[in-house]
Design a binder for this molecule. Structure first.
Ligand SMILES: N[C@H](CCC[C@H](N)C(=O)O)C(=O)O
Length: 265
């Protein structure tokens, strides 16, 4: 048995076990251990686990795992939490360039402690017949626009699961976002997300709300888009290019250290 030091972070309720792995001692193939640390009854409990590692060309590297123990794609809330963690460790000050699964990212922490994270440019969005709109913001997302007032009672677990395990998505999986269009322009877009790799609804999904904002821009939303998740509010700013792609995409919101400790592994 050894004692593993961890930090627990959350960004709009999407929660992560954060490990300072600058010495690169964590075995990233040990999916059983990642699953155990993310287990809410037997371990620490989280939607995902993130290693902060050194990198020769960037301030740090973020290695993200879903709660199922496997290396995930990009995680927007996790990215913001990793920036806050890097600042907590003294690895960075208020501005950074770091590497994640989908490539380099720039980010900065503002005076209120909000983290602004630049996401990769997004090319194209497809209409998936009878399902919704599909786009990739570093992770795959299906967006389904829902009738007014239908989100509150929606069974996101059952509805999301049905899409995620449908013939089209079964192999690679997808995250599924259910969205309510605001009734007034000053209201936020409401989002609930079923997450692949957690295989359940989470309180919030950063790459998910980013995808929703870009899909919403085709439905009259203008940058910055205000989005509301079960765990709090996020903003997404972007520039739409004439060819339908998006650049200068920024996901902004809080990222907080909740506690830290050691766990016997
Ligand atoms: N919670 C995440 C998404 C994690 C990605 C993931 N669940 C997948 O696509 O496998 C976020 O804030 O962007």
């Amino acid at each position: 048995m050894t004692a593993l030091t961890f930090h627990k972070y959350q960004g709009t309720g999407n929660d992560f076990v954060m490990l300072d792995d600058r010495a690169q001692q964590f075995d990233e193939h040990d999916s059983r251990l990642v699953r155990h640390l993310c287990d809410r009854r037997l371990g620490i409990g989280a939607d995902g686990l993130i290693l902060l590692r050194n990198h020769a060309e960037y301030d740090f590297e973020m290695v993200y795992f879903n709660a199922d123990g496997f290396v995930g794609s990009m995680c927007g809330n996790g990215g913001r939490c990793t920036v806050a963690f890097a600042k907590h460790l003294g690895v960075i000050q208020d501005k950074t360039r770091f590497l994640a699964a989908d490539g380099p990212h720039e980010a900065h922490v503002d005076a209120q402690g909000l983290v602004h994270l630049r996401m990769q440019d997004v090319h194209g969005q497809q209409e998936v017949e009878g399902q919704g709109i599909f786009l990739d913001t570093g992770s795959p997302h299906l967006i389904r626009f829902m009738p007014t007032s239908s989100l509150v009672d929606l069974n996101v677990f059952a509805e999301g699961r049905a899409v995620r395990y449908s013939e089209l998505f079964r192999e690679k999986g997808t995250n599924v976002n259910f969205v309510e269009t605001p009734v007034a322009a000053d209201q936020p877009w409401q989002v609930r997300t079923y997450e692949r790799g957690v295989e359940d609804e989470t309180m919030s999904c950063g790459t998910g709300v980013t995808a929703v904002a870009l899909a919403a821009s085709r439905r009259g939303a203008s940058s910055p888009v205000h989005l509301r998740t079960r765990g709090g509010d996020l903003h997404v700013a972007f520039e739409a290019r004439p060819d339908g792609s998006f650049t200068n995409v920024y996901l902004s919101g809080p990222a907080q250290r909740v506690f830290g400790g050691t766990i016997e592994v």
